[in-house]
Ligand binder design. Structure first.
Ligand SMILES: *Cc1c(COP(=O)(O)O)cnc(C)c1O
Length: 254
């Protein structure tokens, strides 16, 4: 199977057209499994897309952007500060020395995987007088190099979070296996959903499932995704290999 091609979207009209296409695919995926299309939120992912081009994303109606790397996100937040109501979600692994930046500008952090980070985020957020929506990242593929807590650590992890008042727990996030084997990918999504169902009984805040990207969001929706994180299918193919973002991936190997 050849890799899907994602042409570059460099104008507001092209981004608008891609968004309409993705939204139609989301609606169709929802219809196919009897879900309401309004139950799935599209998070456009803008990593490697330069700030100038993101003006067009804003023109196309986008008000939330996801970025994997904190420094890149922070620089774009500063460069685009004039765009009223544009919010930022950090979706990549966070190192403790970058916590202060996230606390300053992000409205959402989707890769929470350590209590140490939770504690220092909470402390910084209190200084900033801000709150932050968080998703706990779970490693559902059992790949040792992947970020995220193990599924069997999730219960204790979630139980420890309420002490951090500035963090508003929203749900779980995962990156599925990078594979052409759809069943293997699907198993990751099922695993996150089952974990959510279980944890939600003790803590209703564990409600959302952030899963699915350009190549697999329809499958994720079929398994219950409430947020899909889509970059290349909106903005065009990235030149940066995914191994930049996910340790252990073979460059060009996915
Ligand atoms: C880049 C990225 C995505 C989106 O991937 P695309 O292939 O561009 O759709 C989703 N989640 C995370 C964590 C990412 O870093």
């Amino acid at each position: 199977m050849p890799a899907p091609l994602y042409p570059q979207a460099t104008t507001a009209a092209e981004i608008t057209a891609n968004l309409a296409h993705i939204n139609a695919r989301i609606a169709a995926a929802c219809a196919a499994c009897g879900r309401d299309a309004a139950s799935v939120r599209l998070l456009p992912v803008s990593k490697t897309v330069p700030a100038e081009r993101l003006h067009y994303a804003y023109e196309a109606g986008i008000r939330l952007l996801g970025e994997n790397k904190v420094q890149e996100a922070y620089d774009k937040w500063q460069a685009l500060a004039d765009l009223d109501g544009l919010n930022w979600a950090v979706i990549g692994h966070l190192q403790s020395n970058k916590v202060k930046y996230v606390a300053r500008f992000a409205t959402e952090f989707q890769a929470l995987d350590s209590l140490e980070i939770a504690e220092s985020l909470d402390r910084r957020l209190q200084q900033e007088g801000r709150r932050l929506d968080v998703f706990v990242q779970v490693n559902t593929s059992d790949e040792p190099q992947k970020y995220g807590i193990a599924p069997d650590e999730a219960e204790a992890f979630i139980r420890a979070l309420p002490q951090y008042n500035s963090l508003r727990l929203r749900g779980l996030m995962t990156l599925a296996l990078f594979s052409d084997d759809k069943d293997a990918v699907r198993r990751c999504f099922i695993r996150l959903r089952e974990l959510r169902d279980c944890l939600q009984q003790q803590n209703p805040a564990v409600a959302e499932l952030s899963m699915g990207m350009s190549g697999d969001f329809e499958l994720a929706i079929a398994e219950g995704a409430t947020t899909v994180r889509v970059g290349q299918a909106i903005f065009g193919a990235r030149r940066t290999p995914d191994s930049e973002y996910w340790p252990g991936l073979v460059p060009g190997g996915h």
